[in-house]
Write a protein that binds this ligand. Sequence first.
Ligand code: ADP
Ligand code: MG
Length: 231
Amino acid sequence: MNLTADILSQARREGRKALLETEAKKICMEYSIPVTKFELAKNETEAVKDADEIGYPVVLKIVSPDIIHKSDVGGVVVDLKDEKGVQNAYNQILKNVKKHNAEARIIGMLVQEMAPPSTEVIVGAIKDPQFGPSVMFGLGGIFVEVLKDVTFRVAPITRDEACEMISEVKAYPLLKGYRNTPPVDIGAIAEILLNTSKLVMDHQEIKELDLNPIMVYEKGAKTVDARIILE
Ligand code: ADP
Ligand code: MG
């Protein structure tokens, strides 16, 4: 009855520490964290059918328990506009992945809705050895990777704490809008932080969680990639 618990116990049974993106996103959905629409395709024909259903443009991504950083192995192709594009990307990704790791087990290809480019934020969680589950917030790209402009709170967090986290990063003014760029939906980010906090409190076997990136819009937000690592 509890989808998240089922997914976690299946991974444990199979001895997998890193969940597949499909599994991580299903868990997000159970916790009302918005994610891009997706379907798992087992072959090229299915991928085209899924893309037609989801609607173009779409993104194709490798699904393999042996690949954690998908774009590092050429496992992600974005902005596919038609059937031919999907077919080409499907074969190209398989080729790229095999070149990097000939042994990688391939579950299939994730066909997903392409989220329009926008301001990118990151929500994360780690299980701190001392403080237990803790949540993290930052803006995507150079803000986290180069400037380390991130903030943490021990879970569970309140709505006020979620809002505090968002407003205390140095890049906060970018979220409030500047020049021609309109403000983004800060309430939607706070909601994702709260739901992430709830998720890691409910399931303490989660060692790391990474929603990276989340596209934030004037109204709403969408998680484009989700990673969950178990203890
Ligand atoms: P990984 O982090 O495993 O390399 P991602 O799923 O994050 O793979 O994909 C790499 C990049 O491709 C993302 O950071 C994002 O910029 C872009 N991307 C991936 N999926 C989508 C999507 N559904 N819509 C728009 N952009 C996407
Ligand atoms: Mg990613």
